[in-house]
Unconditional design. Structure first.
Length: 318
């Protein structure tokens, strides 16, 4: 019997990846930072079997839906699973399928597990590449700090197939992310469906050009310690993502009324020079700030606690 156990962290994108082509390749470059506390724990064992079998338990309960999803995704990997029976147990430190990139942490963790069980001996770029094949944003969850994914001429070793680390000014080393949980329920539209909605989106070409420009601007801001520019583009990217959803040929809404209410409160009650926000493909808000503004963030959260379900205090993994 082979056994493996790993942890992998979620990430939150500043410049969003939304839309893909061919085999999980991004239509635009993205950049994210890895979260310290939002993570997936996974353990697995495998035995020789007459055919491939997979049993998947999520948070202690067998989950056939998750198992079927994994079976579909691993067909993208360039490897054989014949003659093995695998049992996987997994749990998260944050709500699943609510816009905190659970697929990024879980699928990157699964790749680490498979690397052990099948003795693949993948290097860091290969691990990232395999993770991308399972879930695009998962390729950014294997390393700490800021990660860029997508080929650009101005970033060394950048690639559409794996993520690369971005050196940043120390100002961003103590970045805090308080995830305000507006809705902990599962999204009605999956990220996979969201990416597919970009195939015939009327604004897709303009969006990809916007993302490419914003990616270069954010890279420069991170290296220069330029918080105002970082803050401004972060907001634009979050709102652009949700605007794309609302303006697709079949409109859909992942932002909730309370999401917009909290955004308005952040903009009106907190200093724009010190606080910014982003969102993933869900209703929840990521309040971003540097560590020495933590007390102000807590006062804000306490004052408006009736507006949301709960919050998760997190920070950049460095």
């Amino acid at each position: 019997m082979n056994k493996s156990e790993h942890t992998s962290h979620s990430n939150i994108a500043i410049v969003k990846y939304w839309g893909k082509f061919q085999n999980q390749l991004p239509c635009n470059p993205s950049i994210s930072f890895t979260l310290k506390n939002c993570k997936t724990f996974m353990s697995a064992s495998s035995i020789v079997s007459d055919k491939f079998k997979l049993k998947y338990l999520f948070e202690g309960q067998e989950n056939e839906s998750f198992r079927d999803n994994i079976l579909k995704r691993i067909k993208r990997l360039p490897m054989s699973f014949n003659k093995s029976s695998i049992t996987i147990e997994s749990r998260n430190t944050f709500p699943h399928s609510s816009g905190v990139a659970s697929s990024a942490s879980s699928m990157s963790c699964l790749v680490k597990i498979l690397n052990d069980l099948y003795e693949l001996k993948l290097d860091s770029s290969e691990l990232s590449n395999y993770s991308r094949l399972l879930s695009g944003s998962a390729c950014r969850s294997l390393k700490p700090g800021f990660q860029s994914w997508g080929h650009v001429d101005y970033l060394l070793d950048s690639s559409d197939e794996y993520s690369t680390s971005v050196e940043v000014d120390p100002l961003f080393h103590d970045l805090k992310d308080t995830v305000i949980i507006v809705d902990s329920g599962m999204k009605k539209i999956s990220s996979t469906q969201g990416h597919q909605s970009m195939d015939d989106h009327p604004y897709k070409l303009a969006r990809y050009e916007q993302a490419r420009k914003n990616h270069e601007i954010v890279i420069q801001a991170l290296k220069a310690g330029d918080w105002p520019t970082f803050s401004k583009v972060t907001k634009i990217e979050a709102l652009s993502l949700h605007a794309l959803m609302m303006s697709s040929t079949t409109p859909y809404f992942l932002m909730r009324p309370k999401s917009l209410e909290i955004i308005n409160l952040i903009e009106s009650k907190l200093d724009k020079n010190n606080f910014t926000f982003t969102m993933d493909a869900g209703a929840n808000i990521h309040l971003l700030y540097r560590a020495h503004f933590h007390d102000q963030a807590l006062r804000f959260l306490d004052l408006y606690s009736e507006k949301f379900e709960s919050y998760i205090e997190d920070e950049i993994l460095v």
